[in-house]
Design a protein around this ligand. Sequence first.
Ligand SMILES: Cc1cc2nc3c(=O)[nH]c(=O)nc-3n(C[C@H](O)[C@H](O)[C@H](O)COP(=O)(O)OP(=O)(O)OC[C@H]3O[C@@H](n4cnc5c(N)ncnc54)[C@H](O)[C@@H]3O)c2cc1C
Ligand code: SF4
Length: 319
Amino acid sequence: MRVFSYQKAATPAEAAAAALHTPGARFIAGGTNLLDLMKLEIETPTHLIDVNGLALDKVETTADGGLRIGALVRNTALAAHATVRRDYGVLSRALLAGASAQLRNKATTAGNLLQRTRCPYFYDTNQACNKRVPGSGCSAIGGFSRPLAILGGSDTCIATHPSDMAVAMRVLDAGIDTVRADGAVRTIPIADFYRLPGTTPQLETLLQPGELITSVTLPPPVGGTHVYRKVRDRASYAFALVSVAAIILPDGTGRLALGGVAPQPWRVAGAEQAMPAGAAAVNERLLAGAKPTADNAYKLILAQRTVAAVLRETPVMKG
Ligand SMILES: Cc1cc2nc3c(=O)[nH]c(=O)nc-3n(C[C@H](O)[C@H](O)[C@H](O)COP(=O)(O)OP(=O)(O)OC[C@H]3O[C@@H](n4cnc5c(N)ncnc54)[C@H](O)[C@@H]3O)c2cc1C
Ligand code: SF4
């Protein structure tokens, strides 16, 4: 690990300003992803801005009956929160499907959204990787691509986003609240937050340099049956090969997103409109345009079967 300086920020705006004005600075929250990347010298920050002292660790009801989740709320606390368990069950279930209990105790809401891909070549500095070193090539295309994307990839990168929580946040229509160095605040809909790789896979979100996530806001609850089903190589402590987050209303309508198959949680409006017609109709629209490799073509079938299983779990028994 290389030498770096360290500061503990006192306010969100101070943290954002320090990040913007210090070249090579990074925020550190739980550190469960960032420190691993620093040990491998994939991330080499010159300066760490510790955000843990900021008062961003509350879960509060908003004026319109939604929920504001502070950026520093730990994954364990969020999964166990009574309102989340009652009204946003898909989020609680997704969180509990992620990582291990020890990691969830440290991992934060913002850190989870911003964790980096688990593409094996991204973590191996001996291998070409456009996301790590822009323009160096992609070892996964034509290489080992079993865990990687079948949707939303490009000729430069087929990495998946690894977060379970983000998939649940996507069906809940979360907004990402931020502050910038000049104190300006904004909310980015999660539907827009993650960029597809295109020709710039190193740019993963819409965040600007120095921009700090302060909270994530959920709209008022929509009711329905909340499901999160994750398929992985081991029963725990493994990232999703395919996951499905769904909210299904008593009349068979609802919302549905896939994890583990794309660089962002994958939600398609037309697929949701087809939910009352059953799994075949949903899958046709949800997986339209999929470009699997020979290594990960199994994900197409796995996704179809997982969607069907989720729809069968619900009171309307479609699929
Ligand atoms: C062995 C292992 C297994 C795992 N399994 C899973 C799994 O199955 N599912 C899953 O979803 N996750 C899994 N994870 C990932 C884990 O959930 C993430 O590491 C964690 O959520 C990151 O949160 P953190 O607070 O530790 O982030 P950090 O490591 O502190 O930060 C991550 C990134 O977010 C940035 N950041 C942090 N806070 C802010 C902020 N407020 N504003 C702007 N930028 C910020 C940091 O600068 C950094 O770039 C696993 C991790 C490990 C090590
Ligand atoms: S898929 Fe993306 S992250 Fe993986 S090696 Fe290729 S460019 Fe890097």
